[in-house]
Design a protein around this ligand. Structure first.
Ligand code: AP5
Length: 190
């Protein structure tokens, strides 16, 4: 069983790469952003609560996010492993995930970060915002706020995983195929 955290700033390509990696390595892909968007689309109580944070580009509170993530993990106990995309994003979430996995005699195998400069990523998200309908992609102020949230709350996780010797970084600039190969090299050497 391997459990991989796909890590990176907004727009780094986590969701894009997860689509390829989940097929290649037979992993269950869990994207907290996708789960929130599904709930927002269906107007569930979780979706309504999350929307007020997501539309501003703020992180959703930890407890709500962690309870949702754990419920999803519980649904897939027959899997060969998980590909976590967009979770954890705070130290509290990392610790909660580690505690939860320990109850299943499991752990995070590796955290792999897709690295790219903010300015390239902001352009990607503004471009996507023209067609995606994602409110958090539609103006630069909200996008910049997502980077501020990342810098304040998510970037500290790099040291959390480095201290456990579980952190790997790959260049997130290139073609989608090139980046899949870089990620695959890391996974196959774990
Ligand atoms: P989430 O959906 O996770 O959004 P994000 O991390 O901000 O970023 P994206 O999904 O936009 O980027 P990505 O890295 O997946 O890149 P993608 O492949 O899409 O979260 C949304 C919100 O939900 C958060 O802001 C927060 O409010 C809330 N939330 C989610 N998880 C949470 C948590 N754990 N705690 C609290 N709140 C949480 O690609 C981006 C674009 O780039 C696409 O258009 C793609 O086609 C393009 N692209 C991809 N790869 C390349 C490439 N190699 N070259 C050129 N373009 C590329």
């Amino acid at each position: 069983m391997i459990n991989i955290v796909l890590f990176g700033k907004p727009g780094a390509g986590k969701g894009t790469q997860a689509e390829f990696l989940k097929e290649k390595y037979n992993l269950t892909h869990l994207s907290t952003g996708d789960i929130f968007r599904f709930n927002m689309k269906n107007n569930t109580p979780l979706g309504v609560e999350a929307k007020s944070y997501i539309d501003r580009g703020d992180l959703v509170p930890d407890e709500l996010t962690t309870n949702m993530l754990i419920a999803e993990v519980e649904k897939h106990q027959d899997t060969d492993g998980f590909l976590f995309d967009g979770y954890p994003r705070t130290l509290s979430q990392s610790e909660a995930l580690d505690r939860f996995l320990a109850t299943k005699n499991q752990e995070i195998t590796a955290t792999i970060a897709l690295e790219a400069d903010d300015e390239i990523l902001v352009k990607r998200l503004l471009e996507r915002g023209k067609t995606s309908g994602r409110i958090d992609d539609q103006d630069e102020e909200k996008i910049r706020n997502r980077y501020q949230e990342y810098n304040e709350k998510t970037a500290p996780l790099i040291n959390y995983y480095k201290d456990q010797q579980k952190f790997h970084a790959v260049n997130g600039i290139g073609t989608i195929t090139e980046i899949t190969e870089r990620l695959s090299n890391v996974i196959e050497n774990l």
